[in-house]
Design a protein around this ligand. Structure first.
Ligand SMILES: Cc1ncc(COP(=O)(O)O)c(C=O)c1O
Length: 461
């Protein structure tokens, strides 16, 4: 055995103690670290002939990157829709690497049992009926990919064909209808060979709404003359956290043929709170459903779930049959259900979080984050410096700099806020206006963080 490797193996307890110390140092300073830091320009490294061993590598890492590691999993990173890692999720993630299990098969470990259990717990958290089966993927983009890939196969079946077997030329061009689709949907359409241009954007409701106008959707469906299509419903839009009316969209299914994919990457967590749950009324009618775990479930990247009521079609798309892997059983192994074959036991951090904090834990995180978003929204509404662009519907605050329409000025403002090291927010465009988003989905964020963020926003304006 290589000497460094052999020495590391003997000193594992000591090395893990060192990592523990480094981790506690970082986590203990999370409140004081800047939430975001820029790209680090270091002298290039070259591959050592003889390795350094883990201890010296850890020192090298600390010296090259330690001080610049931001607190993007801390309480004042309000860009994108970013969760943090809860203590339980960290424990689950650490153990995932300790066990290093491949999820492919029930034949050699209980890893699939753990994923089945996590999916069952998540179904309970989201109030989904048992008809939905689920599996973990790396993020909402891949969940959207899986959902639309299954939808594409459903369309082919309407023509008595299979795209999984015969490719896209087996069927006429497929239309996809959506209101305010997330950018990842366009990427997915490119990946699936449907093309970004296959998405027909349907009008949204007037005013400051991003929810689809269901009557406009009905008209678009009618124009297809009974040709089956895919409808992507959006529950939790990135700019304003708006929700399509799923119940009304589901009702259209009795008159028009479409696959209903619901992108509920973060909006799905509305189900955790009795006050917001109604926003997902009708979700039972979804044929496929995306929910991200590395957002509001507060597990580390990369983690999301694809749920569907059509596992047979899912297997038709994702099956990976080979003599050495065994036959497709019931339930099918996870390698027959998602884009990856070999993959880590991604469900374990989620399993730990769900068991450690339960229904009440997630309800509290969701409700606190939404209350904090409202608090920032109220500050903005009352201020002469900033201007609210839309009401705060869930956990996202969308606003502008008062009297400023130039997006470069907005970016400069956000760079000043970032470099001040107290809060991080990201730019957007909302209905043609240069805007800013603050999204709250981290379990650590408290009222004091809104005070700090508000102060730095005003100071840098
Ligand atoms: C509604 C929605 N869909 C999809 C995505 C893509 O998620 P991911 O970056 O996890 O792939 C996001 C990310 O913000 C989102 O908000």
């Amino acid at each position: 055995m290589n000497t460094q490797l052999a020495q590391d193996a003997c000193r594992l307890p000591e090395l893990l103690e060192k990592v523990l110390d480094a981790s506690l140092d970082y986590l203990g300073s999370i409140d004081d670290r800047p939430p975001a830091t820029g790209f680090v320009r270091n002298d290039p490294l070259s591959l050592p002939d003889d390795g350094l061993g883990t201890e010296r590598t850890l020192d090298l890492f600390a010296q090259r990157y330690g001080r610049t590691m931001p607190a993007s999993n801390g309480p004042r990173f309000w860009g994108f829709v970013t969760g943090g890692t809860t203590p339980a999720a960290l424990v689950g993630d650490w153990l995932t690497s300790v066990f290093d299990l491949n999820l492919t098969s029930v034949a050699n470990s209980p890893a699939p049992n753990i994923e089945f259990e996590a999916i069952q717990l998540l179904r309970e958290l989201f109030g989904l009926p048992a008809a939905f089966t689920g599996s973990f993927v790396t993020g909402a983009t891949m969940a959207n990919f899986a959902g639309l890939a299954i939808g594409r196969e459903w369309i082919a079946r309407q023509f008595g064909k299979s795209i999984a077997l015969d490719g896209l030329h087996a069927v006429p061009p497929i239309s996809v209808l959506s209101g305010e689709a997330h950018s990842s949907i366009f990427k997915v359409l490119a990946l699936l060979g449907l093309g970004r241009n296959s998405l027909r954007t349907v009008a949204t409701l007037p005013g400051d709404r991003e929810a689809v106008d269901v009557e406009a959707l009905r008209r678009a469906l009618a124009q297809l003359d009974d040709r089956p299509c895919i409808v992507v419903a959006n529950t939790g839009t990135v700019n304003t956290g708006d929700f399509d009316d799923l119940r009304a969209i589901a009702d259209l299914k009795s008159r028009y043929r479409f696959w209903l994919h619901v992108d509920a990457a973060f909006g799905g967590f509305a189900a955790c709170s009795p006050g917001y749950r109604h926003l997902l009324d009708g979700v039972d009618a979804a044929d496929s459903l995306t929910i991200d775990a590395h957002k509001w479930l507060n597990v580390p990247y990369d983690s999301a779930m694809i749920f569907t009521r059509h596992r047979d079609l899912q297997v038709a798309v994702f099956q990976n049959s080979a003599a050495y892997l065994g036959a497709i059983a019931e339930p099918p192994d996870f390698l027959h259900l998602s884009p990856e074959n070999s993959r880590r036991l991604r469900a374990l951090p989620a399993w730990f979080g769900l068991m450690a904090y339960g229904r009440a834990g997630y309800r509290e995180i969701v409700e606190r984050n939404c209350a904090l978003a409202r608090l920032l929204g109220e500050r903005i509404r009352a201020s002469a410096t900033f201007r609210l662009l839309a009401p705060v519907r869930l956990n996202v605050v969308c606003f502008a700099l008062a009297g400023e329409t130039d997006s470069d000025r907005v970016r400069e403002f956000l760079a000043r806020v970032r470099d001040d090291g107290q809060a991080f927010l990201t730019p957007t465009t909302f209905q043609g206006e240069a805007g800013i988003r603050a999204a709250f989905s981290n379990w650590r964020t408290q009222e004091k963080d809104i005070e700090i963020g508000w102060r730095t926003m005003n100071h840098n304006r």
